[in-house]
Design a protein around this ligand. Structure first.
Ligand code: SF4
Ligand code: SF4
Length: 176
């Protein structure tokens, strides 16, 4: 059987400019320069925008920052079932459950702690897909800045729905 574990590259057949990456670098700089000149002379069809003054209209399926939705009485819809945390490929959701004394159904749980590490999150939306209660949804808010790793771990207070949600602010929903 042919041994495919090693591949011999005949470097003598690769041009010197490619060997020292000169060709790709020059081609890349040419593209950059071309776009720079087009921007400089005010072409209308340039790909860049003057962010943050100008913002793009993103898709309604954009996977932005999460929201923990609430019921009419303001309590979290989350029943701490851990399905989102189980489905999360980045393992960035931490839930600590407790019994909900106000629940109409006995032994219903609620999250005592619900945290998402937004620096680990890959914004895949699997947590939204997995949730049986529509207790976690995604907004279209994608502008996030943190000055420390600890700041990027957001809890119930930051994630909780703040008043009515405008349809314009809603992001990825599996049924949409
Ligand atoms: S969007 Fe994906 S990575 Fe982020 S918390 Fe949800 S399941 Fe995890
Ligand atoms: S957000 Fe949804 S899936 Fe996650 S623990 Fe709460 S109810 Fe379960």
């Amino acid at each position: 059987m042919k041994d495919v574990s090693t591949v011999n590259v005949d470097r003598g057949r690769i041009p010197l400019s490619e060997q020292i990456y000169l060709g790709p670098i020059v081609r890349g700089l040419t593209v950059t320069l071309r776009h720079f000149m087009r921007n400089l002379f005010g072409h209308k069809d340039v790909a860049t925008i003057e962010y943050p003054e100008v913002k793009r209209q993103y898709s309604e399926r954009l996977r932005g920052r999460h929201i923990l939705t609430t019921r009419d009485d303001g309590s979290l819809r989350c029943v701490a079932c851990y399905m989102c945390a189980t489905a999360c490929p980045a393992q960035c959701i931490r839930i600590v459950a407790e019994e909900n004394p106000d629940a109409p159904v006995s032994a219903e749980k609620r999250p005592k702690v619900y945290e998402i590490d937004l620096l680990h999150c890959v914004f895949c939306g699997f947590c939204v897909d997995a949730c049986p209660e529509e207790a976690i949804i995604m907004s279209r808010q994608h502008e996030m800045a943190f000055s420390s790793r600890a700041e990027a771990i957001v809890g119930i207070d930051e994630l909780r729905q703040k008043g009515p949600i405008d349809q314009e602010d809603l992001g990825y929903r599996p049924y949409f």
